[in-house]
Design a binder for this molecule. Sequence first.
Ligand code: ZN
Ligand code: ZN
Length: 118
Amino acid sequence: MSDDELKEYRKQHHKAYWLKNKEKLRTYNREWRKQHLAEVAEYAREYRLAPLNWLKDQARQIAKRAIQKGIITRGFCKIQGCGEIGEAHHENYDKPLEVEFLCKIHHLNHHYQLTLQT
Ligand SMILES: [Zn+2]
Ligand SMILES: [Zn+2]
C-alpha cells in the first residue's frame, strides 16, 4: 500500500468508526461535559481572569478588527514553502498591530514550541 493509499484508508476507517459510533460518542461527550461542568466553567473563568490571557484576547480582537477594516492585510504563512493562508500571530501581545501570519498548523506548532521552551 502506498503512503497515499494508507492515508486514505486511515481516513475512511476513522470516518467509518465515527459514523458507526456517532450516537455513542455524542452521548459520551454530552455526559462528560455534564459531569465536568464545574471544572470546565472554572477553567474558563481562570482563563479569562489570568492577566496574560486577557492581554492575548485583547490583542487578538484588535488584530481581527484591523484585518476586517483592511488596516492589516491578511497574509500567507511565513514558513518557507508552506503557502497556506495565515492566521494572525502576535510575537508580542503588547503590540496588537504587529502581527505575523502563520497557517493553522504552523501556528499551533509555534505555540507548542513556545510552551516547551518556558
Ligand atoms: Zn500565535
Ligand atoms: Zn504554514
